[in-house]
Design a protein around this ligand. Structure first.
Ligand code: UGA
Length: 443
């Protein structure tokens, strides 16, 4: 099939590439000419395992092209995906400027029956607004061309996006048009193997499904962080509690890891946006607000542990930090807990030496040149002249470090483990003081 994808961010680029890999001819459109030029030259703007090879192979095979020219791209696509950003505006609602701009562009250039698919995470009711925007442009042209608008939200996880796209656990198709559903079933047939993954539903349910999924996951995390905070105070170990509850299949082991708070471009934004959607419809989403509030507080937890350990005296101290990305296998630092930690350390007069396997360039970009930050190119280099070490992202490379080397390098051998990566006894056995999240040790 001929497919067009608007937006070459995580969602658009991964979706377009995976659709090309399945034999479709895909044109990806973006307004950022520089990004498109780089993509055409084979340069991938994001770090995403497996993506680069797929882009190169499909580009070389002529199934994947990148352009800033919207008109020919719309003429090309029987199915046109909208996968542009929906950043939060000042009050946390999703900003639909980009989505609606694409809708108007589609309306201006539509030539024949087309299925317009919303992949971006958008408030309930957006498909109607996309339809209206396209219709208004068609009316202005005096044209009556048929089209359908479908909600087909994505569930990609950064760092595992190619895998999620190639082997989706569900394919939500929100539409009231049998013709559109049938075409999308054909498009997704190669991804829909072994068992039925397609869940057809109405448009609004599809739009809400996306928010409900992310809000549920964020709720699990905030719940566990709250339990961790209780565990700390009552002298219990949240890691044992986690095992204890996860064995109940109704609860499960997934996504119940306490830590330094959830970050990234999705959970914080989507929980807030869903709260605003509920509010706009006259419902106060008390649980969602608590999920947000717990997460906000949790992002300060590592700093509090460090501050208390040093009895509030951090001026002139140096803290080594492992992990800057909001989670492993990505260079993304959007809403990353590391940002809060570093800022709090600087505000308290401390210096930071930090390392991340992939996010070093991003960190230099985010923080700029500052005297109180050294971004190191090697993990153990953060220890030089440091008093203590904090773990903010659970990269595999940090799983079994050389504790003896850490003990010998730190002035005040202490590990603040924001992801509970280590067994306290192992760390302490190497002569290092240990603090985790919810491990009954901080009070
Ligand atoms: C999330 C969802 O998992 C995807 O299904 C969804 O498609 C995507 O948002 C989206 O809306 O586009 P992502 O933001 O890439 O994906 O990251 P996750 O792997 O879900 O992690 C989010 C945050 O939760 C990270 O900061 C992570 O460290 C934290 N987390 C995760 C925990 O603190 N504990 C856990 O047990 C799991």
């Amino acid at each position: 099939m001929n497919v067009t994808v608007f937006g070459t961010g995580y969602v658009g680029l991964v979706t377009g590439t995976c659709l090309a890999e399945m034999g479709n001819t895909v044109v990806c459109v973006d307004v950022d000419a520089n990004k498109i030029a780089r993509l055409e030259a084979g340069e991938i703007p994001i770090y995403e395992p497996g993506l680069e090879d797929l882009v190169h192979a499909n580009h070389a095979a002529g199934r994947l092209r990148f352009t800033i020219e919207a008109a020919p791209a719309i003429a090309h696509g029987d199915i046109v995906f909208i996968a542009v950003g929906t950043p939060p505006d000042e009050d946390g609602s999703a900003d639909l400027t980009h989505v609606l701009a694409v809708a108007r562009t589609i309306g201006r250039h539509l030539g024949g029956y087309t299925i317009v698919v919303n992949k971006s995470t958008v408030p309930v009711g957006t498909a109607d607004r996309v339809r209206e925007a396209i219709s208004a442009e068609l009316a202005a042209r005096g044209e009556t061309i048929e089209f359908d608008v479908v909600s087909n939200p994505e569930f990609l996880k950064e760092g595992d996006a190619v895998n999620d796209c190639m082997r989706p656990d569900r394919i939500i198709i929100g539409s009231d048009s049998a013709r559109a559903v049938a075409r999308l079933r054909d498009l997704y047939a190669p991804f829909n193997r072994n068992h039925e993954r397609i869940v057809p539903m109405d448009v609004r349910s599809a739009e809400l499904t996306k928010y409900a999924a992310n809000a549920m996951l964020a709720t699990k995390i905030s719940f566990m962080n709250e339990m961790a905070n209780i565990a700390e105070r009552v002298g219990a170990d949240i890691e044992l509690v986690r095992h204890g509850i996860g064995s109940d299949p109704r609860i499960g082991y997934h996504f119940i890891y306490p830590g330094a708070g959830y970050g990234g471009s999705c959970f914080p934004k989507d929980v807030q946006a869903l709260d605003r959607i509920a509010d706009a419809h006259g419902y106060e989403a008390r649980l969602l607000r608590s999920v947000e509030a717990v997460n906000h507080a949790q992002k300060s937890r590592l700093f509090e542990l460090i501050r208390d350990h040093f009895a509030g005296d951090l001026a002139g101290r140096t803290i080594g930090v492992w992990g800057l990305a909001f989670k492993p296998n990505t260079d993304d630092m959007r809403e990353a807990p590391s940002r809060r930690l570093l800022q709090q350390l600087w505000d308290a007069g401390a210096r930071v030496r930090a390392y991340d396997p992939e996010a070093r360039a991003e960190a230099r970009h985010v923080f700029g040149e500052r005297a109180d930050l050294v971004v190191c190119d090697e993990a153990y280099a953060v220890l030089d002249g440091a008093d203590a070490l904090a773990i903010v992202t659970e990269w595999k490379a940090f799983r079994s470090p050389d504790f003896k080397r850490i003990a010998a390098s730190l002035a005040r051998p202490t590990i603040f483990d924001g992801r509970n990566m280590y067994e306290p006894r192992t760390v302490e056995g190497a002569g290092i003081a240990y603090y985790g999240i919810g491990r009954g040790r901080s009070v």
